[in-house]
Design a protein around this ligand. Sequence first.
Ligand code: NAD
Ligand code: APR
Length: 240
Amino acid sequence: MGIKQLARWLQESGYTVVLTGAGMSTESGIPDFRSKSGWWRNIDPGTVASIEALERHYPLFHEFYSTRIKALSTIQPHQGHLILADWERHGLVRCVATQNVDGLHQAAGSENVLELHGSIRSVRCQGCDNPALMDDFLAKKPCPTCGGRLRPNVVLFGEMLPEDAWNEALANITRADLVLVIGTSLQVYPVNQLPSVTRGRIAILNAEATDMDSMFDLVIHGKAGQTLKSIDELLKTGNT
Ligand code: NAD
Ligand code: APR
């Protein structure tokens, strides 16, 4: 019942925003963070993905991010990413606001993507803020300009989110008729506040229950790729 209702809401909505998390990328082979096979099951995020890790445990920080960056060369968007991009082209989705740093929405063809936690596809110097070469980061070289430490352009624990992406996500979600949240536990502030700021309907598609399910107008527990495929088929056959 849930997917038929969501298909109908997608058709009725004049302004749909999609908000995604790590669960959107697990079917592409990238682990999420907090489910039973997630990154944070074996690693304390503070020791690898925080400002403190960058400043005081650079070898660990560098290993964590360089491993994730190298893995991207074999990672492809899955059917769910491709369907969201197709829905954008057909005017069913206005933009995708994502907590993911893997660039898979853009690789699938989504154009209006707001990267709320940055991206691991580019690096900069922590000292002088200049953009740097990915090869220099992977080779653990210092910044050629100031000798400082190189880091990916992700939002580390304790850092502020990129202001432009945050403000644009806030503006889009505030005016949305429908916000579709996909593949996130909604445990991280401030992104987990976004669904509540909309005046429209809010739906969540997640593999497991989240602490915020009760605030949603529609809750679907399922896999992102498979479920989006089923909804797309309902939309294509007009069976909504
Ligand atoms: P947190 O408790 O540190 O708060 C989230 C961050 O958002 C804080 O740094 C805070 O200053 C900032 N913030 C709060 N309100 C804001 C606003 N209105 N506009 C912009 N920024 C605002 O959360 P956390 O769980 O410690 O994580 C901090 C951030 O680091 C999160 O966004 C988290 O997702 C991110 N992170 C990213 C990765 C990665 O690999 N990309 C890994 C770990 C953490
Ligand atoms: N389909 C749907 N949901 C899925 C799938 C899937 N194929 N795979 C996993 N999930 C769900 C999990 O059940 C989990 O509830 O996605 C959710 C992912 O939640 P987290 O692992 O907490 O990831 P996320 O919410 O994106 O984390 C937010 O925390 O560490 C930081 O910066 C990091 O951006 C991340 C932020």
